[in-house]
Design a protein around this ligand. Sequence first.
Ligand SMILES: Nc1nc2c(c(=O)[nH]1)N[C@H]1C(S)=C(S)[C@@H](COP(=O)(O)O)O[C@H]1N2
Ligand SMILES: [Mo]
Length: 505
Amino acid sequence: MSSRLRILPAALCGVLALVAALAAGHLVASFGNINASPYLAVGNGAIDLTPLPLKDFAVRTFGTYDKTVLLGGMAAVLVLVSATAGLLSRRTPWPGVAVIVAFGLIGGVAVAARPDLTAIALLAPLASLVAGTAVFLLLHRIATRQQATDSSRRRFLLSSVGTVVGTGVLGGAGQAISGTRDAAASRAAVGQLVPAVSAPPIPADADFAKLGTPAFLTPNRNFYRVDTALSVPQVRTEDWSLRIHGMVEREIRYRYRDLRDRPLVERTVTMTCVSNEVGGDYVSTSNFVGVDLADLLEEAGVQPGAEQLFCSSVDGWTSGTPVAAALDRSRGAMLALGMNREPLPLEHGFPARLVTPGLYGYVSAVKWVVDIEVTTWKARQAYWLRRGWGEQAPIKTESRIDTPKGFDTVPAGTVRLAGVAWAQHTGIAAVEIKVDSGAWQATTLSAEVNPNTWRMWWTQIAVKPGTHQVFVRATDKSGYTQTETRAGTVPDGATGWHSTTFIAS
Ligand SMILES: Nc1nc2c(c(=O)[nH]1)N[C@H]1C(S)=C(S)[C@@H](COP(=O)(O)O)O[C@H]1N2
Ligand SMILES: [Mo]
């Protein structure tokens, strides 16, 4: 029996085996940590292995969709490779089986490499390997026979449909099971987080939203999001705890209830990502509710010589926060439980995260935090530090034009300009604009809420018909004025003036 399979059934055997493998792995993973699902594990592995410039490019080009693009790209590659594997198996099934085994090994390595998974998680890629091989061999045998008679052709069709339906049920069951153990219900049960000491109310003139600036407080659903997590970690308050250890007098473990029942503080803070390009929107402001990080550190008793808080997320991501910044009460670093009085949204770190005003997020704002090791810079290197970003990461003084948008057409005559500036922990002193080759001119600033937050600006200019370019620059309260010199985001934040070109007609 050495007749060759026809092209279509051969390719179909490969693709259906792939689908079965992924669904089986997903189902098995759902009983434990869904990140053991081989598809997600390989995706997460790809994120960690991606060279820095490419990662930067992906974030810039695809923004918040970078993960959808990655998962979609992976799916396309997998379908192509598995169809090819099927086509290579037109005479005997073994080339296809070899490809499935290779995939299984890659999945196994990706799962084994994850710091948040234990050995038992390897059952998921194993299930994928077994299901993929079984489905492939079965369909291949039926397909090989199909060429003989009509009734076996029907059998192949039925088996294919059966595989699709069966894997749909398996994969769906996996989603449903991980859903019952997700954190959404736990979050809903927390209720409102009302602080004992509220942040001062935001004055009405803290933004010029009607004139084209962002709203002062960013609604939670619009808060920028940056992280390496392909699937949002699902942590229930009842399963969560935070351990503080290392160079401390006493190791302490905090449970969610212990913290939630304390008198909570509330602070208005503007967070910024170091990957924010000049003019970018990885910057948002919230009323964070939580406990003083300095309180927790004092309870543990930080030993002399300690330099960094090496913080770990439940998904294995790490950040290194300077101890000095964390202990400085004038800065007000927090272990935040909520934003705008709601528990943290899952994608912003539920149940708990750090917020350290004035430092870029990658050194100051670990989400889903479960472990803080008090240590030295030499002893431990955090995720982005190992990948070439700076150790100390104070947020650079920045300003942005929000109105008009680039290449807007506006009536000639009086044109309104508006935007935002930030210099967290220093405060904004002035924002100036410059039209074409004109002189710098002052703008009107919004009321200052506190030095850790952004400040809005607006002004009016008179322009003749034609194309105009407007520049903005901020001066902070230390007296520093933003430099024109352009620098990229790596290693410690972009510099340069933001400008916008618009058409007056
Ligand atoms: N666990 C975890 N925490 C993380 C990150 C991450 O990748 N994983 N990214 C950091 C970075 S780079 C930034 S800028 C902030 C962004 O927080 P947000 O997504 O709530 O805006 O989270 C920080 N905390
Ligand atoms: Mo960031």
